[in-house]
Design a protein around this ligand. Structure first.
Ligand code: M6R
Length: 366
């Protein structure tokens, strides 16, 4: 049932090109020039009249929510807040009929996310679910939603659900932006075309598996890791750190790279591995100088860069080249090697990656 893979987690990482393809099936047309999420079209008036969106989720789904915020704000010009469901439900939040709540959950059974949905519903908000498990409790409690259609996820560490959630959020933002007229037609086309290319590019990334397995051996000594990224890569840094914590039991922190100088840089020494997502984007030069600051303190930099980058490879201890993509879809590419890195480090340490200690696949109690 693991399809020849030693663990479900590795199988699910490798399934991602097919999963993303399935997730887009029937939603992006064959010419790859139009995307339609039917739930968005069916509830157009309600969504377009919203004063703001609030995304509620936990764990990895919350990280997908942070990317969703950037996508929706940038394409649709609607303010978006992202909340931990567990905090939102106990905070007596300001929420009313003019709000749309997006609940993201792989299992559709997370107790805190479900309670956040019920609370928001009782205050008159419109609830849109982004879930994987068909017919689970959260989709049943929401007004509408879109399934991510990535198939059952067995590994406790969420992998393909995350990329599926980001894909649906991108399609939601694109569908809504087109209806709202807030997205430039050429830019819209370039994002849809690029989204359609993601499965092929993910296949390219998966070819790095052996290289990442080899690299992982060097890091089993570490007790701490730092993950850095900016913009769309900041949530990816958080997600990479969470994957490592969950399955290898190495303490890891994700940070927006520029926050380093406000405290965490004090942790850097020759023992500290720092994973930096440093692909080509508007903030590339800034991330480059963040890397220089880390190297000046002798940190060990593992950089994920865009193919052809010759600058960072000179400075970083190790640089891994990834296929180029449009900035807003970069998380769909950069997340994959971080999943593999966490997986291989955990395997090198002899950990049970599919059933890590103290964790359950669905957190149905608070
Ligand atoms: O099923 P959900 O997406 O609601 O689950 C939320 C979190 O419990 C989940 O993402 C958790 O953080 C994973 N173990 C992360 O790999």
């Amino acid at each position: 049932e693991k399809g020849g893979y030693p663990h479900f987690m590795l199988k699910e990482i490798f399934e991602q090109p097919d999963c993303i393809h399935d997730c887009m099936r029937g939603r992006i047309n064959v010419d790859a020039d139009n995307v339609v999420l039917s739930a968005v079209i069916d509830n157009k008036e309600r969504l377009l009249s919203a004063k703001r969106f609030i995304i509620v989720a936990c764990g990895t789904s919350w990280h997908a929510g942070l990317i969703g915020k950037q996508l929706i704000e940038s394409f649709c010009r609607i303010p978006v807040e992202v909340e931990y469901a567990s905090e939102f439900r106990y905070r007596d939040p300001v929420i009313n009929e003019q709000d749309v709540v997006i609940a993201i959950s792989q299992s559709g059974e997370t107790a805190d996310t479900l309670a956040a949905v019920e609370l928001a519903k009782s205050r008159g908000a419109f609830i849109y679910g982004i879930c994987n498990a068909i017919g689970s409790s959260i989709p049943r409690a929401t007004h509408t939603g879109s399934y991510i259609h990535v198939g059952p996820e067995i590994g406790v560490a969420s992998t393909k659900a995350f990329t599926g959630q980001v894909t649906v959020l991108a399609m939601l933002a694109l569908t809504l932006a087109k209806e709202k007229g807030t997205i430039d037609e050429r830019y819209y086309l370039s994002v849809v075309r690029e989204l359609n290319q993601i499965p092929e590019k993910m296949k390219e990334v998966l070819k790095l598996n052996d290289k990442l397995a080899e690299l992982s051996k060097t890091f089993t000594y570490a007790h701490n890791f730092i993950y850095l990224g900016r913009g769309y890569s900041y949530p990816v840094a958080l997600e990479g750190a969470l994957k490592l914590k969950e399955i290898s039991y190495i303490h890891a922190e994700g940070y927006p790279a520029a926050e380093m100088k406000h405290g965490p840089i004090a942790l850097i020494d020759a023992e500290m591995p720092v994973v930096v997502i440093a692909t080509q984007n508007a903030l590339y030069e800034k991330v480059l100088s963040n890397i220089q600051e880390i190297k000046a303190r002798k940190g060990r930099v593992i950089a994920f860069v865009t193919k052809g980058d010759t600058v960072i490879s000179q400075i970083a201890d190790c640089s891994i080249e990834l296929p180029e993509t449009i900035e807003c879809l970069n998380p769909l590419i950069t997340t994959v090697p971080l999943q593999l890195l966490a997986y291989h480090i955990a395997v090198c340490k002899g950990m049970d990656v599919d059933q890590p200690r103290n964790l359950a696949k669905s957190v149905t109690v608070e």
